[in-house]
Design a protein around this ligand. Sequence first.
Ligand SMILES: Nc1ncnc2c1ncn2[C@@H]1O[C@H](COP(=O)(O)OP(=O)(O)O)[C@@H](O)[C@H]1O
Ligand SMILES: [Mg+2]
Length: 277
Amino acid sequence: MSLQIVSPTGGIQPLLRADGVSLEYGGTRATHDVSFDVYRGDRFVLLGPSGCGKSSLLKAAAGFVKPAAGSISLNGAPVRGPGPDRIVVFQEFDQLPPWKTVKENVMFPLLMAKRVSRHEASGRAMHWIAKVGLAGFEDAHPHTLSGGMKQRVAIARALAMQPEVLLMDEPFAALDALTRRKMQEELGRLWEELRFTLLFVTHSIEEALVVGNRILLLSPHPGQVRAELNSHQFDLASAGSTEFQAATQRIHSLLFGESVDQDAARVAEARDRSAAP
Ligand SMILES: Nc1ncnc2c1ncn2[C@@H]1O[C@H](COP(=O)(O)OP(=O)(O)O)[C@@H](O)[C@H]1O
Ligand SMILES: [Mg+2]
């Protein structure tokens, strides 16, 4: 019997796979033929300008939106709807029911999923509230918290569910620059400790480089894959370095202009022409 190659990546199956995903709203195409693989422990970023379908792709991964073509699978099984294995953190501060305290907010999905007793949910909520730096605010209501604190609650609520993939849709976009930086740092710290799998959406090139280890670049109308890059070498500490600036420039031209390679080819061509007799 001949040897059978099971998978070209040496048998490592992606945790989340988008395969040729086209999404439509009333016949209008939001994304076209988008494919990507997220592996366990990845911090995978979908990056692109407004309208390129980042949120739609995240909603499809969450199971809220069904692809018009292609498929999304988790651990090899097709995603057919929302589930506790994929939890979303949104940008909006109003994602927390205002009548529930911080602790009640974090406990709520645990109780809804009927996975644990009220006692256990309470313990877990306290644990995760402390993890995101909100110990002492358990009984506060969301309206008494800052934007950054509300996002911390949303993160605690998501992580308490121990999802297979944490989905984040521009979670820090509405925060002031300093708080945003702080939250990126906190997310990095949590990831270092817990090594969860993250699918993160942003339109900020800098944020993509800081948060992600892999970045998928999307162009709009309809959203299509421009390129996929590795970015594990960058973090907040390297932001501002020459390499970081160069990566930012390269992504910018990949997203908005001709590719850097095309630019280089054109420069070389012009040089050859002017050098010709
Ligand atoms: N609920 C909807 N109904 C109709 N069109 C939508 C809806 N949501 C998104 N779109 C359209 O799909 C495209 C992608 O939107 P979206 O996924 O929100 O992009 P992004 O998050 O990258 O800004 C846009 O052209 C947008 O107008
Ligand atoms: Mg969006």
